[in-house]
Design a protein around this ligand. Structure first.
Ligand code: MLY
Length: 265
């Protein structure tokens, strides 16, 4: 793809607005990521959240860390923001009177855990406490509105952050729909989820923002399309939206022109 994704153009094309910053549980200025690959820290086991384990930084992406629990396999890596409350410096668990646990799926015999832990921490490069940033406060109340745009983690491919639209709002929850995908990746989450970000987040953090998929018409109005040749090209790669433009968009999700069909993976 030669054409680079640009939020300003895209918001105009889709006649939509970005969800305001204060809706998100994210810092207005993204935290700096000082971590280095190989550093160790403590992390809550995503598959067993009450246990605190040793994790190693396997990769750095924007304000996020790719983490792997020591003693676990390489199939269960997970990603955390540097200001996530799920991660902390080594020593925190013990200071609080807790015990470090083997990860779910510990590859060795459980009885070898104490020795494994000792060996793991011996000579380890521990991430300094100053690298961990304070988690931002929860936004209250839920101020998202249907149709607002955002950047969201694809939970099925959690290394990906993608352009998304609020498809529904219920109480403290929002329905995150992925632009250009037929619904297979959409999910409900709390409005204070750390998996959703304001428009522009990736460009500020240096994380990679995926372009929208091309499986769903991204435009709201066919009248608009004729005004710009570049948009005709974009649209021609997609199945055309047959319905006439509906100003009120009742019962339709803006930016998602088609009802759910077969899912595109
Ligand atoms: N199944 C695809 C990835 C799809 C990603 C969809 N997201 C961006 C909403 C693959 O494995 O290539």
């Amino acid at each position: 793809k030669s054409e680079q994704f640009n939020w300003d153009d895209y918001l105009k094309e889709t006649e939509s607005v970005a969800a305001p910053l204060h809706c998100f549980r994210q810092s207005r200025i993204p935290p700096t990521n000082d971590f280095k690959v190989g550093m160790k820290l403590e992390a809550h086991d995503p598959r067993n959240v009450t246990s605190v384990c040793i994790a190693t930084v396997i990769g750095i992406t924007g304000a996020r860390l790719r983490l792997r629990l020591d003693g676990s396999d390489n199939k269960n890596d997970f990603w955390r923001l540097v200001d996530s409350s799920d991660i902390q410096p080594i020593g925190t668990c013990e200071k609080k009177g807790g015990m470090l646990q083997p990860p779910l799926g510990f590859q060795m015999n459980a009885s070898s855990w104490p020795m494994f832990l000792l060996r793991t921490l011996n000579g380890a490069e521990m991430a300094p406490a100053a690298f961990f940033k304070k988690e931002p406060p929860k936004p209250v109340p839920n101020c998202f509105k249907v149709g607002m745009k955002l950047e969201a983690i694809d939970r099925k491919n959690p290394y990906l952050i993608c352009p998304a639209t609020i498809g529904d709002v219920k109480g403290d929850e929002v329905f995150v729909t992925f632009d250009g995908w037929r619904g297979a990746f959409d999910y409900w989450c709390r409005c204070d989820s750390r998996d959703i970000f304001p428009v522009g987040w990736c460009s500020l953090t240096g994380d990679a923002l995926q372009p929208p998929g091309n499986n769903v018409s991204i435009t709201k109005s066919s009248a608009k399309i004729q005004s710009s040749p570049s948009k005709v090209t974009r649209r021609s790669m997609q199945s055309p939206q047959k319905s006439a433009p509906v100003p009120a968009q009742r019962g339709r999700k803006p930016g998602r022109g088609k009802p759910p069909g077969q899912s595109a993976v």
